[in-house]
Ligand binder design. Structure first.
Ligand SMILES: NC(=O)C1=CN([C@@H]2O[C@H](COP(=O)(O)OP(=O)(O)OC[C@H]3O[C@@H](n4cnc5c(N)ncnc54)[C@H](OP(=O)(O)O)[C@@H]3O)[C@@H](O)[C@H]2O)C=CC1
Ligand SMILES: Nc1nc(=O)c2c([nH]1)NC[C@@H]1CN(c3ccc(C(=O)N[C@@H](CCC(=O)O)C(=O)O)cc3)C=[N+]21
Length: 281
């Protein structure tokens, strides 16, 4: 079997076109232009690249965006003050604080300061809690994008065995919860998992979000599985995922590339969440 490529770039483009139309309609009916504020502290090069991608994406769909490029020496108090101002800013519907933050700043405290209704990353405890309760909420962008990609295959999720590698609060855990919501039987693996291969081998749907290149090899994957590679790591100036693409391509039914898979979907979902937050007003 040769896997069909799950093209996140193409799907994200389709989603962005729909968002652009919805924004026009919202502006016409209610006079609202969705606005996103992105805060970045420090001068990590990769983070700045992501932030400029987000700015460009906002512009491409007609969204208002405002970026705060802060020095790595910013104090927690100063950062919290900016969030307070943005919470009160009528033009801003979504606030994103680019992670990781400089050392000494409490990420949880910062995320909890964002109004849950403006938390378009879905990292506030209220939004995590709502997701776990199965209530409507702002859902973290990467997990949301992963589910969209799986749905795009047209293969039903219900009753399938889904294996998620990784249990972080921003990718692994919410992805597992969304798969459960779609009625998959879910296994979560992590660094202490014994015999990762035996779990992965029984997966009809595999999502890898560990950040370890070559973690998933061809001989670990079940014939015909859907494989989503959320991992990203720069190796010799190239962006690589967790999955050995050439090996797994021969076994899986569907496979996401890196780049061009989960990454562009994350950005599309960020815009979708900002639109949703603006529409909730
Ligand atoms: N494309 C995109 O839009 C995005 C991509 N990413 C990428 O996704 C990956 C994960 O991100 P994030 O969740 O923030 O990362 P974390 O480092 O927070 O989490 C990594 C997870 O992988 C687990 N893990 C590490 N090594 C192994 C192993 N050998 N076997 C099984 N599990 C393992 C860890 O287990 P334990 O909990 O035991 O430590 C942990 O749960 C990264 O590569 C990141 O760059 C992230 C966000 C967005
Ligand atoms: N508060 C917060 N929210 C985030 O959503 C968040 C964050 N912090 N910190 C960093 C991670 C990482 N992240 C990515 C987004 C897009 C791509 C993406 O579009 N990547 C392209 C390639 C880009 C390249 O070539 O480097 C792709 O995979 O095709 C990747 C990674 C969002 N993150």
């Amino acid at each position: 079997m040769t896997a069909k490529i799950l093209d996140g770039k193409k799907l994200s483009k389709e989603i962005k076109e729909k968002i652009a139309n919805d924004i026009k309609a919202l502006q016409k009916s209610k006079g609202i232009i969705p606005g996103l504020a992105v805060i970045i502290a420090g001068d990590d090069e990769a983070s700045h690249v992501y932030v400029s991608m987000k700015e460009k994406a906002c512009e491409s769909v007609g969204m208002y965006s405002k970026s705060f490029k802060l020095p790595g020496t910013i104090t927690q108090e100063e950062l919290l003050k900016i969030i307070d101002e943005l919470n009160d800013d009528e033009k801003i519907h979504g606030i994103l604080v680019q992670l990781p933050l400089p050392p000494g700043i409490d990420e949880r405290m910062v995320n909890e300061r964002i109004l849950p209704s403006k938390d378009i990353d879905g990292f506030h405890a209220i939004n995590h809690g709502r997701l776990f309760l199965g209530e409507d909420s702002l859902i973290p962008c990467t997990p949301k994008g992963i589910i969209e990609l799986i749905k795009y295959t047209g293969v039903p999720i219900s009753g399938k065995h889904a294996v998620v590698i990784g249990r972080s609060n921003i990718v692994g855990k919410p992805t597992a919860m969304l798969l459960l919501r779609e009625n998959a039987t879910v296994t979560i693996c992590h660094s202490k998992t014994k015999d990762l291969t035996s779990h992965v081998r029984s997966a009809d749907i595999l999502v890898s979000a560990a950040g370890i290149p070559n973690l998933v090899r061809g001989n670990m994957v079940k014939e015909g599985a859907i494989v989503i590679d959320a991992g990203t790591r720069v190796v010799e100036d190239k962006l690589v995922g967790d999955v050995n693409f050439n090996e797994v391509e021969k076994i899986a039914s569907w496979l996401t590339p890196v780049p061009g898979g989960v990454g562009p979907m994350t950005i599309a979902m960020l815009l979708q969440n900002t639109l949703k937050a603006a529409m909730m007003k």
